[in-house]
Unconditional design. Structure first.
Length: 318
């Protein structure tokens, strides 16, 4: 059922998707569409589909049900953990593809399709550099970076050393905040040790300052085997250099028999750029990053205005 392939520093474990799709469609009772060119809808989550409370709006569910009934595929594509996304889409998780961890973890109907993991030596190198960076920040009386090492089985965090002067209560509060994005999250003594027992797909960084001002450039220089993706004003994801949401979407399109011209995406931030490249129609959210709004074919109302849902109703005459 599966094959293991090694490419550079990234270990790619893939399960053939086509057999899964032979008897899987958006709905067993789906009817062909008429006069609509789109067969696949892909959407980012934070700042895009999710509302200001970081929740899927109630108005989304009847819309996606109608899409699936018409034979339209729907796929969330997020930097979030697969377990978190599967929980958020639990009513339909067994009917849809999910692109998680910025393209490094893909599942269909609850079955893992592909996992792209980073070599443990590279993870170790990166964590050591982040620790040195944080020591420098603390010496300058500045707030250090928070680090989440994300594996296929779980995500891992370690608390700051005592000399950083950050109380345990503050760190526990930060842990609870991170749990909103990572349903499977463990506090460990050493993330490097924990990483050795898992397939690490991403190292996520939270910077209390603007992550593009200093941190992104510094960590990009750590290894050319990693790609630093800005996924929010304060968030940076370090992933395999050859993988992104767009490469995951391209593989999904091939497996589904859907062309880029038949794909529409909804995006808001820089980690979504490659989704635009593989979509015939792309909607940047009104609240999106300026570069995303420049590159997209269209602008949708903001996530606070439920722009994804409003636009889908118009596109598909729902």
């Amino acid at each position: 059922m599966g094959v293991i392939a090694f490419t550079g520093s990234a270990r790619k474990s893939t399960v053939t998707i086509k057999p899964m799709l032979e008897n899987a469609s958006p709905s067993s009772n789906s009817t062909p569409q008429s006069q609509n060119p789109y067969r696949l809808v892909v959407t980012d989550m934070d700042g895009t589909l999710l509302n200001e409370d970081k929740e899927v709006p109630d108005s989304f569910w009847p819309v996606v049900d109608q899409l699936l009934e018409r034979g339209v595929y729907f796929a969330p594509a997020s930097g979030r953990q697969y377990a978190t996304l599967a929980h958020q889409f639990s009513p339909i998780a067994n009917r849809i593809p999910i692109i998680a961890e910025n393209g490094n973890y893909v599942a269909y109907s609850g079955e893992t399709v592909s996992v792209t993991s980073i070599d443990h030596g590279v993870v170790k190198q990166l964590v050591h550099e982040i620790r040195r960076f944080n020591e420098s920040r603390v010496e300058q009386e500045r707030t250090p970076l928070s680090v989440i090492v994300c594996g296929a089985a779980s995500a891992y965090v370690e608390f700051f050393p005592p000399h950083f002067g950050i109380t345990e209560s503050v760190q526990r509060s930060q842990f609870e905040e991170a749990s909103k994005y990572y349903l499977k999250l463990k506090k460990v003594d050493d993330v490097i040790v924990a990483a050795a027992e898992d397939d690490i797909v991403k190292v996520a960084i939270f910077d209390p300052y603007d992550v593009e001002d200093e941190t992104a450039a510094h960590l990009r220089a750590v290894s050319d085997e990693l790609r630093a993706v800005v996924s929010g004003a304060h968030w940076l994801d370090l992933i395999d250099a050859s993988t992104n949401k767009g490469t995951a979407l391209a593989a999904l399109q091939e497996a589904l028999g859907v062309s880029p011209a038949e794909t529409v995406c909804f995006v808001d931030y820089l980690n979504d750029l490659e989704l635009i490249d593989y979509s015939g129609r792309s909607f940047a959210m009104e609240n999106g990053h300026p570069e995303i709004k420049r590159r997209a074919t269209d602008i949708a109302p903001s996530n606070a205005e439920e722009g994804v849902i409003t636009t889908l109703r118009e596109l598909f005459n729902l």
